[in-house]
Ligand binder design. Structure first.
Ligand code: SAM
Length: 306
């Protein structure tokens, strides 16, 4: 029942160090001088249950620091200066797993407000090209401010429907990586979770079906970019319809792509048979609910195909 679910505020406070502006070591030193106690790198889930001003480094994501719930950094110098980004651990997975090398050309298809965009820029060391699109002008305005504060210089922001981009346009000819984090039900956000016993079930089903069809159109569109090597698909939904079902349909319709097995040690996997994909939840990973799949192009060897 919902009464047993940990409330959103009981999730750890996750802080991503923005390596465009600083290093993990400098950030840890600064925080120690500021009265926080560093306990080293976590090795198991229980190490993320922290008290007061204790903090650790995450066991999977090297640039992620973990604090006790409710630790508030909104007025902190490191946050205001763009040295740290307040981002849930699960939502750090897509850019980390896509891992585009510096110098590459990348599309962030549904980008605003842009925490994943700035994470991509950090991984690319601000080298290469990062095309970031979103349909929502208001969210794009917030995004511009955040990217400036984070020191991102390689992005090109555009108020643009991703589905209307022409994959064969010459400006995208070298795009090898796409991050696709489309609009979803948001059902993984711990603060939005509620009982399913509402009278609105039918309405919810219709909403889910329409989101899933939009998500599949985005996935199919992303897979059309001619030089694409890898696409990461993510949602903050717990519904199979928006996650495994979208990926399964996308793979069926694009046989040149296959799933990349992700982080073998990660405790929560996609619903069978998509165990290459990751899921996340408050109980198993101490994060919001989340789903990530990484698709990779494989060139079938025609001789072996018969
Ligand atoms: N990736 C973002 C981040 O990490 O900050 C969050 C993205 S949010 C889940 C989904 C975004 O997709 C919304 O900002 C929404 O405006 C945008 N969106 C919805 N439909 C779109 C479309 N057809 N083309 C581009 N963006 C779209």
């Amino acid at each position: 029942s919902s009464a047993l679910r940990p409330a959103g505020e009981l999730l750890p406070r996750y802080v991503r160090v923005n390596t465009l502006k600083t290093t993990v070591e400098d950030t840890v030193d600064y925080l120690k001088r500021d009265g926080f106690s560093y306990l080293g790198q976590a090795s198991k889930l229980d190490d993320l249950t922290l008290k007061k001003r204790d903090f650790v480094r995450d066991m999977y994501l090297p640039e992620l620091l973990v604090f006790s719930p409710k630790t508030d950094f909104h007025e902190h110098f490191l946050y205001k200066a763009g040295h740290i980004i307040l981002q849930d651990k699960a939502s750090c997975l897509p850019a980390y797993l896509l891992n585009p090398p510096p110098g590459s050309h990348v599309i962030d298809a549904c980008a605003a407000p842009g925490n994943k965009t700035s994470h991509l820029a950090a991984i690319m060391k601000n080298k290469g090209r990062l095309f970031a699109f979103d349909l929502d002008a208001k969210r794009l305005a917030t995004m511009s401010t955040l990217q400036l504060r984070a020191g991102v210089t390689i992005h090109q922001l555009a108020h643009q429907d991703f589905l209307k981009l022409n994959p064969d346009s010459s400006q995208f000819k070298d795009v090898e990586y796409i991050l696709l984090d489309p609009s979803c039900s948001g059902s993984g956000m711990v603060c939005l979770q509620d009982d399913d016993s509402t009278a609105d079930q039918e309405k919810n089903q219709m909403r889910l079906a329409s989101l899933a069809s939009f998500q599949l159109r985005c996935l199919n569109h992303g897979l059309k970019f001619p030089s694409l090597k890898r696409l990461v698909y993510s949602t903050c939904s717990v519904h199979r319809q928006e996650n495994e079902d979208v990926v399964t349909a996308g793979l069926q319709q694009n046989p040149d792509f296959r799933l990349v097995p992700l982080l073998p040690q990660w405790p929560e996997r996609g619903i069978h048979p998509l165990n290459q994909c990751l899921r996340a939840s408050s109980t198993k990973t101490r994060t919001h609910g989340f789903f990530v799949a990484l698709l990779e192009k494989h060139i079938a060897d025609k001789k072996c195909k018969q």
